[in-house]
Design a protein around this ligand. Structure first.
Ligand SMILES: [Zn+2]
Length: 410
C-alpha cells in the first residue's frame, strides 16, 4: 500500500513538473477539479530543477575528489544494479564519468515518501545547466538549462594603480581587465598604462539566479591613453565579434603590443644603454618586460619558429619569422614551449619568463627585426586590418551611434 502511494505521489510531482517545465500554467478547469484552497493557488510555487520545491525533501552536497555516481547514490539506498542500469540508460543525455569534484548535487524525494532511496538525483555540471535523473521505475535523465539573463553594465574611471586593481575597487570583476586588454591588445600596451588614463566601458555578463556564469564581454569602450581617446565598438560581420573604431577600422593590428600580459617595461630599446651585468655601455636592441618567473610568453603574431635554443648570453630563446619583413625574438626564458619549424599563431604560448643567460632578474627581452635590422617595435606603426565591409557599414554606424549614446550619458 505504501509503495502504491509513493508511486502515485511521484507521478503527481512528475506531472506538475512537466507542466511547469513547459512554462504553462495549468488550465482553470484542472484547478477546479483538484479543489485546492484559494490561498494555495495564489501562492507562487517555488520550482527548482523542474520540481515543486515545497513538496520535496532535499538532501544536497558537493562532489568530493574521487567520488563517482555510485559513491553518491549507493549510500543513499540506490542498488548497484539500478546504478548500472541508470548509467546505461542515460549515457546519451549525460556521461556520468564527467561528474567532477566541487560541483553540487541533490538527492530528492516527495514529502512523505517512505520508499528506500531518493526518487531524483540532480547534478549541476556548471552554472548554466543541470541534469536530473529519475531513479525509480523508468530510469531516465533530462538535461535542462537555467534561464540566462544578460546584464549590461557600464563602468568608468581613472587609472590610479593598475586597471585590474582599479576595476576591482569599483566592484567590477578582475576579468574585465583581461577582456579589455584583449580588445586593445593591438592598440594599447597595457604594461604602459599611466596614471590619469581613463576608461568608460559598456560590458555584458550572463547571470543565472543572480550569479555570473558568463562574461564579462566588452560591448563598447572609450579608453583614453596619454590623453587620446581610443574607441572600441563590438560588431560581428558574420565571422564572430570583433572591435572597431568610429570609422569601421579594426582595432586588430599586425602584432600584439607586448609578448606578456600585465608586465612592466624594465628597459627600453636604447643604443647607449649601460649594461647592468656587463658593467659597460652596450646597445640594448630590445625591450625588456619584467614579469614573474613562469609567466607565459606569447607570439606577437602568426609565424614560423626559426630558432629555439640556448646560448650563454640569450639563455633559452625563441625566434619567429612572421613574414618577409618581420621577425621577433624572445630571450631569457625559463622554459621553451616550441620547436624549430613549428608554426605558431598570434597569442600562442611559446615559452615562459625566466632569467637564463645574461639577466639580473626574471624578464623577457623582446627583439624586433624589420627587413633584417633590429628596430624599436614601440616606435613602429602598423596598419589596421579587416575593416568593416561596405555592405555592413550602415548597420555598423547605427549600432555605433547607439553604443556612443550609452557611453556619453553622464
Ligand atoms: Zn633586453
Amino acid at each position: 500500500m505504501g509503495k502504491r502511494l509513493g508511486q502515485t505521489r511521484s507521478l503527481w510531482i512528475g506531472l506538475i513538473a512537466s507542466v511547469w517545465w513547459l512554462g504553462c500554467a495549468p488550465e482553470p478547469t484542472e484547478r477546479a477539479a483538484v479543489s485546492v484552497p484559494a490561498e494555495v493557488l495564489e501562492k507562487e510555487p517555488v520550482i527548482r530543477f523542474g520540481l515543486n520545491w515545497d513538496e520535496v525533501v532535499a538532501d544536497s552536497g558537493v562532489v568530493t575528489s574521487g567520488q563517482s555516481l555510485s559513491h553518491l547514490l549507493n549510500p543513499a539506498g540506490v542498488s548497484f544494479t539500478t546504478i548500472a542500469e541508470l548509467v546505461d540508460a542515460t549515457q546519451a543525455v549525460y556521461d556520468v564519468r564527467k561528474i567532477r569534484p566541487e560541483r553540487p548535487y541533490w538527492l530528492l524525494r516527495a514529502q512523505g515518501d517512505t520508499l528506500p532511496g531518493p526518487e531524483w538525483f540532480v547534478y549541476q555540471p556548471d552554472g548554466r545547466r543541470y541534469v536530473r535523473y529519475h531513479l525509480r521505475d523508468s530510469l531516465f535523465a533530462e538535461e535542462a538549462r537555467f534561464p540566462v539573463d544578460t546584464v549590461v553594465r557600464r563602468i568608468s574611471g581613472t587609472i590610479e594603480s593598475s586597471l585590474s586593481a582599479d576595476l576591482e575597487k569599483m566592484g567590477a570583476p578582475f576579468t574585465l581587465a583581461l577582456a579589455m586588454a584583449n580588445v586593445y591588445a593591438w592598440t594599447v600596451d597595457f604594461s604602459r598604462l599611466q596614471e590619469g588614463d581613463t576608461f568608460d566601458v559598456l560590458y555584458e555578463e550572463e547571470h543565472v539566479g543572480g550569479q555570473r556564469v558568463g562574461g564579462p564581454r566588452v560591448i563598447a569602450c572609450h579608453f583614453s591613453h596619454y590623453g587620446r581617446v581610443i574607441p572600441a565598438y563590438r560588431y560581428d560581420q558574420g565571422n564572430g565579434d570583433d572591435y572597431f573604431d568610429d570609422s569601421g577600422a579594426s582595432l586588430r593590428k599586425a602584432f600584439l603590443k607586448a609578448p606578456v600580459e600585465f608586465s612592466r617595461i624594465s628597459s627600453r630599446y636604447n643604443l647607449k644603454r649601460f649594461h647592468p651585468v656587463l658593467n659597460r655601455v652596450k646597445a640594448h636592441l630590445g625591450t625588456d618586460y619584467a614579469a614573474p618567473h613562469g609567466t607565459p610568453i606569447v607570439a606577437v603574431g602568426d609565424g614560423t619558429v626559426i630558432k629555439s635554443g640556448y646560448t650563454s648570453g640569450n639563455g633559452n630563446y625563441v625566434k619567429i619569422r612572421h613574414n618577409g619583413t618581420y621577425e621577433t625574438q624572445y630571450l631569457h626564458m625559463s622554459k621553451r614551449a616550441v620547436r624549430v619549424g613549428e608554426s605558431v599563431r598570434q597569442g600562442q604560448v611559446i615559452g615562459y619568463v625566466g632569467s637564463t643567460g645574461l639577466a639580473t632578474g626574471p624578464h623577457v627581452c623582446f627583439r624586433f627585426w624589420k627587413n633584417g635590422k633590429q628596430v624599436d617595435h614601440l616606435r613602429e606603426e602598423f596598419p589596421p586590418s579587416e575593416p568593416i565591409e561596405d555592405d555592413h557599414l550602415a548597420v555598423f554606424q547605427t549600432k555605433v551611434a547607439e553604443m556612443k549614446a550609452e557611453l556619453e550619458v553622464r
